[in-house]
Design a protein around this ligand. Structure first.
Ligand code: CO
Length: 218
């Protein structure tokens, strides 16, 4: 057996599946016929933010899209396809946009670090920096600015979700759907609610107004 093989992961998988079957012998059989998750998670690809693990959910309970810096870009058909399937077909009730502190993508954007192709993706974060520059400049330390930017980026992505036609159409037809902004602390394993829970266009407008007032944009 090669030392480079991944047998240890396959062994762990068999042990994990067995543990679940010990609790509920028909768990996987029942799950194989359908999924009915109530949540769509849009989060960062960072290995320290294993979404279903940190909210202690089982397979079948959360639909997931992850990318670097948890961005929701209006023309990203990967993210849009996940959202469309989750909203229209699975009819999830909650979309959780979750960022995290110490995000390498956010840090690279803030410090203008060069990593190659990904710099283009992170231009979207630099758009957020440009928009809130005056507000971010009020924070003295780099760490404070980084923390603030991680939070602002989540809030901006929540608004991007809400402004999307998929969500707007769902609200227009009376579908129950809420969009939430959360941030995760990789240093303590805890999620924080950014007090952003949006269930209608009116709520979104008042959240935008609140943020723009807080950050001095209006
Ligand atoms: Co990250």
């Amino acid at each position: 057996m090669s030392q480079n093989n991944l047998e240890h992961l396959l062994v762990k998988n068999r042990q994990w599946a067995q543990r679940i079957k010990d609790d509920d012998p028909s768990f996987f059989q029942q799950l194989s016929s359908q999924q009915k998750p109530r949540y769509l998670w849009i989060g960062c690809a960072d290995s320290r933010v294993p979404c279903t693990q940190l909210v202690d959910l089982l397979p079948g309970e959360m639909f997931v899209h992850r990318n670097v810096a948890n961005l929701v870009i209006h023309t990203d058909f990967n993210c849009l396809s996940v959202m469309q399937y989750a909203i229209d077909v699975l009819q999830v009730e909650h979309i959780i946009v979750c960022g995290h502190y110490r995000c390498g993508g956010i840090q690279a954007a803030l410090q203008n670090q060069q990593f190659g192709l990904i710099d283009n993706w992170l231009r979207h974060v630099q758009d957020v920096i440009a928009k809130y520059k005056n507000y971010l400049d009020k924070f003295v330390t780099e760490q404070e600015r980084l923390d603030q930017l991680c939070e602002l980026n989540v809030i901006e992505q929540v608004f991007n979700v809400c402004e999307n036609t998929l969500v707007r159409h769902a609200w227009n037809r009376g579908q129950k759907l809420s969009v939430h902004g959360w941030i995760y602390g990789v240093e303590d394993g805890l999620l924080r609610d950014l007090s952003l829970n949006v269930s209608s266009i009116e709520e979104m407008k008042s959240s935008v107004h609140h943020l723009f007032t807080k950050t001095g944009l209006i």
